[in-house]
Design a protein around this ligand. Sequence first.
Ligand code: SAH
Length: 351
Amino acid sequence: MIDEPFFPTTDVLKSRGKAQLALHDRAARAALRQFGRQVFLRGVVEVSNYCRENCAYCGMRRDNRDLARHRARLDQMAELLVHHRPPAITDVNIQSGEDPLVVREVVLPLIAVLRRETRLGISVCLGTLNRPLYHELKSAGASIYIMKFEVADPALYAQLEAPGTFDERVKHIRLLAATGWNVSSGFIAGLPGQYDNALLANFTLAQKLPLAGCSVSPFIPGDETPLSKEPTAGIDLTLNCMAALRLMRPHWVIPAVSALNLAEPGSGYRRGLRTGANLVTINLTPPDLREDYLLYKRDRFIMTEERILSAIEAEGLQASKQSLADFYQQKKTPKTESRHPSIERVEVLNG
Ligand code: SAH
């Protein structure tokens, strides 16, 4: 049976009770059909909290003059990832404030070391850089770029001082995809001023972009930001958005972001896995750097390998042995002779 193409309505995104359970269940089944019980496990290292941007929601914004700024040391990061990473992770995401200097001095040489010493798939989330730098990152061995469009409503984007301009961010997402990156984007749900139409616009934009994955982060009012007094996003809205993305694009990789546990302490993350997410992240940033990598609040909930593996198991899922990078690579070079026409058709219909 081929499902109708799915696009959410405001009612779907706000559903509760039985309708909500049915939505989440349908999304979880769509993920199961597409990916089986496999969940990708990616470690994240945050390598710099220097940032030239000034996003109203983010604690690393340049106007936050009280924040102690650090860059990670290459040897420390290499040692951590080559010799002391949790065995279950297959991929690593190197993330940072928008800091071109750290890209040159730490990220590029770190990718070279990882390529030489490990089989880890490499994702980067470094903000809007430039074409030559994207090229160098890819030549060094990264293959997945995470660039969230943050919020699809251009007026709200400008008001929140999200990175650069809205048009530029979207242009960079397209440029990355056109130059061979697997691009994962994403948006923040429950932002102050994000009314129904602006919320739906996230789906319209996500649908148009050449993405391999997409995330939904609940808005967390950062202590040291202009939005500190605003309410935290509802976990229900966030999970409903994740479920809707899964149904809209069954083949996308959709993470259960760790901030789900800030939106609903203790269980938010587990509920994400029940809503069609198929990627989880383990924060590996050493504590001395993590302290000031201030996306949200200082007391971030850190998912350790043990917590993650037990959540995956409790949900009847399994940690994938294949890296996300290899998964994408394999999808790009399918064995043509084994492709069945009807399978191709389902894929085309799904997006
Ligand atoms: N400089 C990089 C990485 C930014 S931090 C870039 O521009 O892509 C990674 C993500 O954290 C951001 O893209 C944003 O979506 C999210 N984020 C930051 N502050 C947040 C907050 N208060 N609530 C929810 N998500 C937030």
